[in-house]
Structure formats: C-alpha cells, structure tokens
Design a protein around this ligand. Structure first.
Ligand code: NAD
Length: 489
C-alpha cells in the first residue's frame, strides 16, 4: 500500500498530558427497552443487540431490537396520541413542552456529550461544543415557532400531517434526532423515531428526558433496531411522513418503497462536497478551514469538504501547509480533550475507508498520511491526503465518509465550478477568497444546498440544510424545516 506514499512533513508535535473527560457522572443502563406510548416496553421478539464503544470495542449496553409488531405498536401509540391529545393541544402549550425538553437537555448537557462520544467515537470537544448545544438550540428555536405558524406561512391555513416516521444515521445521533423531533412537535405532529443501530444511546437518553418533561404518552416514541426496523416504519400504512437522514443507497430504497403512497418525505442523503481555495484566499485560515471541513469528526460529516480544489498558483503552498498541519493532529481517545480525530464509528465503516484508500493507491494517486501513532485497540484512521487524482477517480466520485481528502488544482474559476459540480451529489461547498464578488459568482453557479464562504461546517438552527441531486430533497432547519411537517391550505 505504500507504493506512492509521500515523505513525512517535519511538523513538530506537542506532547500534551492526557486530559480525559470523566464519565463518572453519567447515568447509563445496561439494557434499554423500546420507548412506546410513554412506557419502556420489551421487544416482542425478545431480541437485543449490543452497542459498543468504537474507541476500545467494549460493550456499552444491550439494546432492544424492534420488529414489525413493535413498530405497529409504536405507530398506533403515536396515532392515538395525535387524535386524542396532541392535535388538540394549543400551540402555546406545545411550545412549553418543547422548551421544557430543551432546558432539561441543557441541564444534562455534559451527560449527553459524554454518552455521545462513548457511543459514536466522536471527540468530546465536538460533542460538548457542537452536537449537544446545537441539539438544544434546535428545540429552543422550534419551540418559538409553535404558536407563530400563521406568521411562518402568512395567509395560509396550516395543518399538521399526523404521524411522522423518522430515521437517523450514526454520525450526529442526538443532533439528527433534534433536527427531526423539534419541528415535528412544533407543528403538531407525533413521532416514531429510530436512531442508527451503532449509536442509539443519546436518542434513548432523550426519551428519558421526554418522559421527564411530561410530554403526553405516545407523542414521541423511540424504537431501536437495524435497517429492517427502519423499513417497517417506512412501509407502515399509517405513517404520514418519512424523514430520513442517511446514505443515498438507503434513500433510494425508501423513495421506491413510498412511491405509490401519499406519504410526504424528506431525504437528507450523502455528499461529496467541494472546498474551493482561490489564489487570493487567506491561506492560513483556508488551511484551518480545510482541516475543520474534513478531518475533525473523523470525516463522518455528510457535508464534509472531501474534495479540495486549489488554484494552481497557490497549490504548492496550500498542500505544504496542509501536510504540516495534519501532521500535528492528534488521533486517539475521543474522551481526551486534546484529541482532534477520534474513533471511526464501527469496524464496517473503517473497512469501507480502508478499501477506498486501497482503491486510491491502486488507481495511481499519491497518498500522504502523517506518521502519527494510533491507539492499539479500537477503530482509527490517520488523516489522509490524496494528490494526483483525476476527476474520474473512484475516490473523487464516491462518498468515503472518513478522514480522506482528495486534492485537485484548477487554473480558472470556471474550471473550478465545472469540476466541483461534476459529481452525483450536491450537498455543500466552501469558497475561500478575499473578494465578495467572487463569492457571489461561485455561489450562484455551484450546485450545492449549503455554501460556506471563508468558513466551513457552520450550523445554526435558523438556517435550512439539505441537498440537490443525489444528496436528497427537502430542507431541515430554519423556517423551511417547518414546511416539511405541515399541509398548507
Ligand atoms: P444508512 O443509510 O446506512 O443508515 C441510516 C439509517 O437508516 C439507520 O438508522 C439505518 O438503520 C436505517 N436503515 C438502513 N436500511 C434501511 C431501510 N432499508 N429502510 C429504512 N431504514 C433503513 O446511513 P449511515 O451509514 O447510518 O449514515 C451515513 C450516511 O448518512 C452518509 O451517506 C451520510 O452522508 C449521510 N448523512 C446525511 C446527512 C444530511 O443531512 N444530508 C446527515 C448525516 C448523514
């Protein structure tokens, strides 16, 4: 595999003393049941599966495996709650519940952050400073809309849909649950949510908070399981809307499954986003933005800036600085506050990333990986750069979902736009330049749902998020996130 590996950069790496976050304050059960109709119920099959800590492969808890019967129970509980309580609850009262959930989450923010990092492998800095605060803010934001829907949609009559089936991925487990549950509740819908099988714990913690908040039983039901559990939600006749975030492959299966029904859907799918550095960009800031865009969070970000395009005149400088910078990144224990790149979420995902790294080498690209040490147990991957790639290279075209960046150069802005748009995806893009006019020019021509200028991976509950082409359809977040959960008349 090392046939085209480049020489190491001479970056000096600082030795930090370990600074592990304590997990002594968290309250985690050994076994979790299904949260249906406000009660914790055993799965009808009696089956459970393990969720593990990918940083050391140790088991964290046993999780109930829901089948079609359990999903039917959850959908019935949601429908009953919708008909008897939630659709009759005054909007201002709905808002109070959502605010209460947000405040309870905030109070237990540290516990959420630790559990998120243990279950997903993401660094504690990210869970603590990004995932959990953003998740709380989504609840706060949508609580504010609950009694103002007539202003969100002026001159229209707003009706809720009924029961929303929601399916989330493993990369932002709590945040994705918040993106989905908060607008659904604000608009008067009831929910059956299934988190990803490798990261169910924070959604189950959220279920505990929902229980504590006094939300009427059945308004939110949280069920756990694998893809077949998700499929049972998608195929249930009494679900009015499917909100799915995950891979494009599964998104396509879902779209086919609901094609002959009147279910509403939002699909937030994969990405292969371009980060474009023009020659007048502030180079040091841009290098930091590139690192933030792909390497933090192990590249487990749907909108990761996984394709870098650098204008030829500054390419050498950018690549040298980038190599130097990634050589100082610390790959290791997600619970250590110094760690920059935590654990890959699962063995399956690490195998996928390694397979793509091999494909990159086999297709003749030049790889650079810093010579950093990796923990002995657990799933880890070094930050990886690939140079000398072609537009048609597999690693340029396909989503890898790991800390792997392909680097291409361009001469003119038009060439950058053409290359950036030459992908089946259209989720996000980054533009780095000193000139506002260039930002507007590029932003107008790039086929991407979200475009950042002189920054990357910035999120806010007030901003809609979503993609074009094979990155899906529909928007989550902001005012637009409400419209996915209402009928307008
Ligand atoms: P995945 O598609 O494998 O799984 C996502 C969820 O769908 C899981 O809960 C899974 O159990 C469930 N599922 C699997 N098969 C199903 C089926 N046939 N029917 C219904 N549900 C099914 O995705 P993943 O590996 O968990 O997540 C990574 C993917 O998610 C990446 O492609 C990433 O880009 C994407 N993602 C997109 C966004 C976005 O907003 N666009 C955000 C985060 C992640």
């Amino acid at each position: 595999m090392a046939k085209k590996k480049e020489n190491q950069s001479k970056a000096v790496k600082w030795d930090y003393s370990p600074a592990p976050e304590s997990s002594s304050h968290i309250n985690m059960k050994d076994q979790y049941e299904l949260f249906i109709g406000g009660k914790w119920v055993k799965p009808s099959s009696g089956k459970y599966f393990d969720t593990i800590n990918p940083a050391n492969k140790r088991k964290l808890a046993k999780i109930a495996y829901a089948n079609e019967k359990d999903i039917d129970k959850a959908v019935k509980a949601a429908r009953k709650a919708y008909k008897t309580v939630w659709s009759k609850t005054a909007p201002a009262e709905r808002a109070k519940y959502i605010y209460r959930i947000a405040r309870l989450m905030q109070e237990r923010a540290r516990e959420f952050a630790v559990i998120e990092s243990l279950d997903s492998g993401k660094v504690i800095r990210e869970s603590r400073d990004v995932d959990v605060p953003l998740a709380c803010n989504h609840f706060f934001y949508y609580a504010g809309w609950a009694d103002k829907l007539e202003y969100a949609f002026p001159n229209r009559k707003v009706e809720s849909l009924g029961v929303a089936g929601q399916i989330t991925p493993w990369n932002f487990p709590l945040l994705m649950a918040a993106w989905k549950i908060a607008p659904a509740l604000a608009t008067g819908n009831c929910v059956v949510l299934k988190p990803a099988e490798t990261t169910p714990l924070t959604a189950l913690k959220l279920a505990e908070i929902i229980e504590e908040s006094g939300l009427p039983p059945g308004v939110v039901n949280i069920v756990t399981g694998y893809g077949d559990t998700g499929a049972a939600i998608v195929n249930h006749d009494d679900v009015d809307k499917i909100a799915f975030t995950g891979s494009t492959g599964v998104g396509k299966i879902i779209q086919k499954a609901i094609a002959s029904t009147d279910k509403k859907a939002t699909l937030e799918l994969g990405g292969k986003s371009a980060n474009i550095i023009l020659e007048d960009a502030p180079i040091d800031q841009a290098v930091e933005g590139i690192v933030n865009g792909i390497f933090f969070n192990q590249g487990h970000v749907c909108c990761a800036g996984s394709r870098l395009f650098v204008q030829e005149s500054v390419a050498e400088e950018v690549i040298e600085k980038l190599k130097h910078r990634i050589s100082s990144l610390i790959v290791g224990d997600p619970m250590d506050k110094n760690t920059d790149i935590g654990a890959i979420n699962s063995k399956e995902q690490l195998d996928i990333i390694n397979r793509y790294i091999k494909i990159g080498l086999d297709e003749g690209a030049t790889m650079y990986q810093p010579d950093c040490s990796l923990p002995k147990s657990g799933y880890y991957c070094r930050p990886t750069l690939f140079m000398n790639v072609a537009q048609s290279s597999t690693i340029v075209q396909e989503e890898i979902f790991g800390p792997v960046l392909t680097i291409q150069t361009f001469r003119t802005v038009d060439e950058a736009i053409e290359k950036a748009n030459n992908t089946p995806y259209g989720l996000a893009a980054g533009i780095w330049t000193d000139k506002g006019s260039r930002i507007f020019n590029l932003a107008n021509k790039l086929n991407a749902g979200v475009i950042w200028a002189n920054t990357y991976n910035k999120f806010d509950p007030t901003s809609p998020f979503g993609g074009y082409k094979e990155s899906g359809f529909g928007r989550e977040g902001g005012l637009q996130g409400l419209s996915a959960y209402v009928k307008l008349k």
